[in-house]
Design a protein around this ligand. Structure first.
Ligand code: AMP
Length: 481
């Protein structure tokens, strides 16, 4: 079979460059079908699992199609959770990096006014959770009059969370003439109803996975008494000695409890659940993605759609009570054709959940004997060495794109009437600089951030030490990316 190539599509050099720097060598199956159709402004229904490259499948055509010169948002992506909103925002931002696409993320438990300020500036794409999107629409801070592309991501999860009415409210505020894409891992009746009501002759894309994540991941279970779970968790982690591991529990209380136990045992460990402050949740996810610690104790908030590479082991400390949740949890390991490993603890009262899961995944999860004391003792030294060593640091996905970009801070902003055009004027007067070398410009009250692309940052930084910006010398320094 001839492998298709991103160059076969009508994509600009800026988008192709970002794709190549993100190390996407060839389109995934879902991308092969979605990208060309979306580039022709077709409505599309996609049935596909997370981990199939579906975010880039809609992000690539959207980044290609939005008009950079237009200030009002042109694309809206609705997602079920805040974590996903941030992740999808980052993915679109990375793909649109060299076209200078601005992507705002709107989600709850985060200051409204900061999002409002962001929306006042040029914004091409908005990604958000339903409740906060509606807040912004109702308060007039999100102008939807120019939305041409709507994406409803993780639709089945959105339905499970009771967001149907919210989605209909949002759709009601959008222009009728638009392209709509809907993505879902499963296609329950309610979603079909939504599609018939709001989509125009949609194309159906269904991706049969060659090997489903459930096949790719080696799965085992242990029978355990409720009171003995912590001991079993210790034993298993000693023997398995994973580089990185998520331990799923069914409730916040249990997460707190297991986290406290592991911290006492000096595991490098963090926790995440819905009861925590949003800021802390985001920090924990970011640190885990970058490999700052090995063990994450989590509720299902970390199970859906969250894209972390290289998790070697998933442990269901509590067996999930719904079968889809099982597939999502174990899908955190074995991403994009990697092999993964998942272990589930089952107490004697939980047989019915196990049965249901096995029926759903279409196979039995083999029962394992607990590791013998001798094996545990023999594994201890290596285990202790690993928990006392730092995990391997992982770069963020966008890091390769940042390498040729430098962000500069200019000590002047809106209060001194600084406008993006003033910055562009000065930068383009530097020899060797063109508008193509200028990335995102963010003018705040008393400061301005501007990105210099194509490895020209250092040169521009030096030049600006002695050059006037809007008639005066300004303090210019290098900013953190
Ligand atoms: P998603 O299904 O959107 O959660 O994507 C899963 C992962 O696949 C993400 O880490 C993407 O960055 C990565 N990815 C997306 N498209 C490609 C591609 N064409 N080649 C390699 N990796 C990809």
């Amino acid at each position: 079979m001839i492998k298709s190539n991103f160059k076969d599509y009508q994509l600009s050099s800026e988008i192709l460059k970002a794709i190549s720097m993100l190390n996407f060598e060839s389109p995934t199956k879902v991308q092969e079908q979605v990208i060309p159709a979306a580039l022709e402004d077709k409505d599309i229904i996609v049935k596909s699992q997370t981990g199939s490259g579906k975010t880039a499948a809609f992000a690539i055509p959207i980044c290609q199609l939005v008009d950079w010169d237009e200030n009002k948002p042109q694309a809206l992506v609705i997602v079920p959770t805040r974590e996903l909103a941030i992740q999808v925002q980052e993915d679109i931002f990375n793909i649109g990096r060299f076209k200078r696409i601005k992507v705002a993320a709107l989600y709850g438990k985060s200051p409204f006014y900061i999002q409002e300020k962001e929306l006042k500036q040029k914004t091409h794409v908005v990604v958000g959770t339903p409740g906060r999107i509606i807040d912004h629409i109702e308060r007039g801070t999100f102008d939807t009059s120019n939305i041409k592309y709507l994406v409803i991501d993780e639709s089945d999860e959105m339905l499970n969370m009771g967001f149907v009415d919210d989605i209909e409210t949002i759709i009601g505020s959008l222009p009728k003439k638009r392209v709509t894409m809907l993505l879902s891992a499963t296609m329950p009746k309610d979603i079909e109803v939504l599609c018939t009501k709001y989509m125009k002759q949609p194309i159906h894309v269904e991706i049969e996975e060659e090997s489903s994540s459930a096949d790719r991941i080696s799965q085992e279970r242990y029978a355990v008494d409720h009171n003995d779970k912590i001991k079993l968790l210790r034993d298993i982690t000693i023997v398995e000695n994973p580089d990185s591991c998520i331990i799923f529990c069914n409730t916040k209380q249990k997460v707190d409890e297991v986290y406290d136990e592991l911290t006492n045992l000096k595991y490098t460990c963090e926790k995440i659940h819905g009861g925590m402050e949003q800021r802390d949740r985001l920090r924990v996810m970011k640190d885990f993605k970058q490999g700052y610690f090995r063990y994450l104790v989590a509720t299902d908030v970390a199970a859906r759609g969250i894209d972390i590479d290289n998790i070697s082991l998933v442990i269901n400390y509590d067996i999930p009570q719904d079968r889809e949740s099982y597939v999502h949890r174990i899908g955190r390991t074995g991403r994009i054709s990697r092999e993964g490993r998942a272990i589930t603890f089952v107490t004697r009262y939980e047989g019915k959940f196990l049965k249901d899961i096995q029926k759903y995944i279409g196979k039995e999860i083999p029962l394992k004997e607990r590791p013998e004391e001798e094996i545990i003792n023999n594994s201890k030294q290596e285990f202790v060495e690993k928990i006392n060593s730092s995990p391997e640091f992982k770069e963020t996905k966008g890091a390769p794109l940042d390498k040729e970009i430098m962000k500069l801070h200019i000590n002047a902003g809106k209060k001194t009437k600084m406008r993006p055009v003033d910055i562009v004027g000065t930068l383009c007067s530097i020899e060797g600089m063109t508008a193509e070398d200028i990335g995102i410009i963010n003018v705040l009250d008393v400061s301005t951030f501007v990105e210099i692309l194509n490895n020209k940052g250092e040169m521009v930084f030096q030049e600006l030490q002695n050059k006037n910006i809007k008639g005066r010398p300004r303090k210019v320094s290098k900013a953190e990316m």
